[in-house]
Ligand binder design. Structure first.
Ligand code: SAM
Ligand code: DTB
Ligand code: SF4
Length: 315
């Protein structure tokens, strides 16, 4: 069978009996990936807080009071030191996030990020940034600086997106994705579940991801990390089997993509995470902090991988 692409095909895959679904996820995984390796990706918030956008889940939006102080862009030297530390701790990918609506060529802040990318890419790790909207030219300059991947999530279905964000549109996200792909940069693109969206919204999000050409190189699946002060602070916790189903369906739909079990792992048991790995997840964020929210401690994660006979992917 060819990979599912349409909403009907995705629904068919997703709605199989649970064990058939995770078995198919595992089978697909084994056809394309090492059976036991998990990519460790360390995140650093290089510019925190004070963002002009009103994304309803985000601690860094200036529209809400989540208690995150707005900080200036970190200098290259400090970021480079953090990247070296991440590599020494065993990470093979380094992702830098900035709380911006976007960047364009010629801006001082963008020039500084380019310099950082040039330096970090010399370390031999995969290098990813997420800076918001990008012009075509800015994307080309990032590529030249040595960037591996650009993270720009669609976050949810096109229909639910306006309920989550009003300061930019789903179409704006697609434009940036087009610029990234035209520049020949790998695309890291996924979303968040647990924001009050329906199963249909999750599958429609996957439908959009499944139809990108080329397919995304990595797909982060974030579970909402509820942030007090944001409109989504009171969302109920996600049903873990729904998460596992989505991971398996993502693996089956995008067999060659890294499926990254992203935000929200502090609320997942070890058993739940084991199910996610079985279903096809093969990457995690590794480090005690995400951007502003907590992540499991590094030694806890290394211990979990060991118990499951999984090993960190080597650079
Ligand atoms: N400003 C840039 C942007 O919006 O693309 C980059 C940073 S933004 C924080 C990157 C992604 O983190 C978002 O698209 C979203 O998927 C995820 N994210 C942010 N806050 C989250 C939360 N509270 N829970 C889960 N995922 C979250
Ligand atoms: C992604 O999909 N998840 C990461 C990364 N890309 C930049 C961010 C998660 C953020 C979680 C909430 C926080 O730390 O504020
Ligand atoms: Fe800003 Fe990105 Fe947060 Fe939206 S998700 S408020 S664009 S930092």
């Amino acid at each position: 069978m060819t990979n599912p692409r349409t909403l009907a095909e995705l629904r068919q895959v997703y709605s199989q009996p649970f064990f058939d679904l995770i078995q198919q996820g595992r089978f697909t995984h084994l056809q394309h990936w090492d059976h036991d390796s998990v990519q460790l990706c360390t995140l650093l918030s290089i510019k925190t807080g004070g963002c002009s956008e009103d994304c309803g889940y985000c601690a860094q939006s200036a529209h809400y009071s989540a208690g995150i102080a707005s900080e200036k862009l970190m200098p290259t030297s400090e970021i480079l030191a953090a990247a070296k530390q991440a590599q020494a701790n065993g990470a093979s990918r380094f992702c830098m996030g900035a709380a911006w609506r976007g960047v364009r060529e010629g801006e001082a802040k963008f020039e500084s990020v380019l310099e950082t990318v040039r330096e970090v890419s010399k370390l031999g790790m995969e290098v990813c940034v997420t800076l918001g909207q990008l012009t075509e030219q800015a994307a080309r300059e990032l590529k030249e600086a040595g960037l591996t991947a650009y993270n720009h999530n669609i976050d949810t279905s096109p229909e639910y997106y306006p309920k989550v964000v009003t300061t930019h549109s789903f179409q704006d996200r697609l434009h940036t994705i087009e610029h990234v792909q035209q520049a020949g940069i790998s695309l890291c693109c996924g979303g968040i579940i647990g924001m009050g969206e329906t199963e249909q919204d999750r599958l429609k999000m996957l439908e959009v991801l499944a139809n990108f050409d080329p397919a995304p190189e990595s797909v982060p699946i974030n579970c909402l990390s509820p942030i007090s002060g944001t409109p989504m602070a009171e969302q109920p916790p996600l049903d873990v089997f729904e998460l596992v189903r989505l991971i398996a369906t993502t693996r089956i739909t995008l067999p060659k993509a890294r499926v990254r079990l992203s935000a929200g792992r502090t609320r997942l048991s070890r058993e739940a995470q084991a199910l996610c790995f079985f279903a096809g997840a093969n990457s995690i964020f590794y480090g005690n902090k995400l951007l502003t929210a907590k992540n499991p401690e590094t030694d806890e994660d290394l211990h979990l991988l060991k118990e499951l006979d999984l090993s960190p992917e080597q650079t």
